[in-house]
Design a protein around this ligand. Structure first.
Ligand SMILES: [Zn+2]
Length: 457
């Protein structure tokens, strides 16, 4: 070991325990409520997380992969058919995966799985013995209070910003602060999509005006009930994201196409008018949401990256498509998810010139650990420290979240140790940077002191 390498290692060893003490804010996650989690009866395959799609990519047939999903999830994912209840034993599922495991076990997604198994059960790897042991011990962990214990007490995650379709599905708690997934109310094509908003708000919708009034009522009510932000997701894969200024009449006509479908509950009522037909409406409502985010002082979190949990899709998440919105709404605050991977360098440039654009690095640590570290190093010396959120677990199963936190703490310590060793940063500046990107920035951006801590934290 040469002197420089020893120096780097020494700096890492000094920084890492300090970084362990930072209380995290998880800037993007998909955890269900603890109640829903307790009812979910997972087996060991819940620990696969994003590995499911990586296994398919490695050749595991998709029909074999629908393990661990409930019938409802299979429907939600539009798998195309319902294969019925999964009657295979946990051991049988492992035998199906086992031949593909050597090809993926070094990937970021598998590192999350292995790290979670190590933290939770003390196992270093997936193997026949580990599967049996995990199966035996998993039910003991599914206890009320588990979220608080595993996230807050053991992992020092103070607050998890979790995306939800409706506040009643995942209300705020002393661990969780919800962000509303607004696509549910904008990517509408059918009567039932409109009816959902009517039901949530107790209002009748028969025009663009009454639709927007209902949407505003939903947003205001959600803020009242603890919503801390909005999240947009699916747009990049279905259409362009420029959300041009819309003609109100055209938007109203598009909505009226849905209202002209056969009446609710009757034959043909479930017919979709077509996603592209709704384009003027989508443009108008997305702009309306940004305007309301300014009025309500809420951030807008936008997925602009490769499509997660996907078996193929358009590669159109380039955040440059959002420049129109960035320019039109300087008072809005946008955090761009997953560091816009693979348009990561472009997002760095956008964040550098737009005061209203922030980098959310969630999931990049899994997608590409090397890119995570390289770009974090670049941005820590090229972009103001308060524009970066370095941690968001982006998981659907709670017990994977501590593993994501550990890996991100490791990565941040490595990057900062390199910067200190190269003389780019003093050690105390490195610790200030770590606190900003892991806690302080998210705490302030989502206004958690006002919106969450006093009420639920
Ligand atoms: Zn996500």
């Amino acid at each position: 070991m040469n002197a420089e390498a020893r120096d780097r290692r020494g700096i890492y060893d000094s920084l890492r325990p300090e970084i362990e003490d930072i209380h995290l804010v998880d800037a993007h996650n998909h955890l269900p409520s603890e109640e829903a989690w307790l009812e979910s009866e997972p087996d060991w395959t819940a620990f696969l997380g994003y590995l499911v799609t990586d296994l398919a990519n490695a050749g595991l047939p998709r029909d074999e992969l629908m393990m661990g999903l409930t019938a409802d999830e299979r429907w939600r994912l539009d798998y195309g058919h319902d294969p019925g209840p999964d009657t295979r034993s946990p051991e049988e599922k492992w035998q199906i995966i086992k031949p593909y495991w050597p090809y993926v076990r070094h990937m970021g997604s598998a590192d999350v799985t292995r790290t979670a198994l190590k933290i939770t059960f003390g196992h270093d790897d997936l193997c026949d013995e580990a599967i049996a042991d995990i199966q035996d011990r998993l039910p003991e962990l599914m206890k009320p209070g588990a979220y608080r214990k595993h996230l807050k007490e053991e992992c020092k995650i103070d607050c998890v910003l979790s995306v939800t379709q409706a506040l009643e599905e995942c209300p705020p708690t002393d661990v969780m602060a919800p962000q509303l997934f607004t696509d549910t109310y904008v990517a509408v094509e059918k009567r039932r999509d409109i009816f959902r908003l009517e039901q949530s708000t107790g209002r009748n919708i028969y025009s663009l005006k009454t639709f927007l009034e209902a949407l505003d009522a939903l947003l205001e009510d959600s803020v009242e009930r603890g919503m801390v932000g909005m999240k947009w997701h699916i747009w990049a894969y279905l259409r362009d994201m420029d959300f041009d200024v819309a003609n109100e009449y055209e938007a109203a006509r598009a909505l009226d196409k849905i209202l002209q479908m056969p009446a609710r509950g009757g034959a043909g009522a479930s017919t979709a008018v077509g996603f592209n037909e709704m384009r003027p409406f989508q443009n108008l409502v997305q702009n309306h949401l940004v305007q309301r985010s300014i009025d309500l002082d809420l951030p807008v979190q936008i997925h602009a990256a490769t499509l997660g949990a996907s078996y193929g899709g358009q590669l159109k998440g380039d955040p440059k498509a959002l420049i129109q919105l960035f320019l039109r709404y300087p008072e809005a605050r946008f955090d761009i998810l997953h560091a816009a991977y693979p348009w990561t360098r472009e997002l760095g440039a956008l964040t550098h010139i737009f005061p209203n654009v922030y980098i959310n690095m969630s999931w990049l640590d899994i997608l590409s650990p090397v890119s995570y570290k390289a770009f974090l190093r670049d941005w820590l010396t090229g972009i103001p420290l308060n524009k970066i959120f370095a941690y968001g677990a982006d998981q659907f199963f709670m017990l994977l979240t501590p593993a994501c936190a550990k890996r991100v703490r490791d990565f941040v310590a490595e990057v900062l140790a390199d910067l200190v060793a190269d003389g780019e940063m003093a050690e105390e500046d490195a610790l200030f940077a770590a606190d900003c990107i892991l806690r302080k920035n998210a705490w302030e951006y989502w206004k958690l002191a006002e919106r969450w801590e006093g009420r639920y934290g």
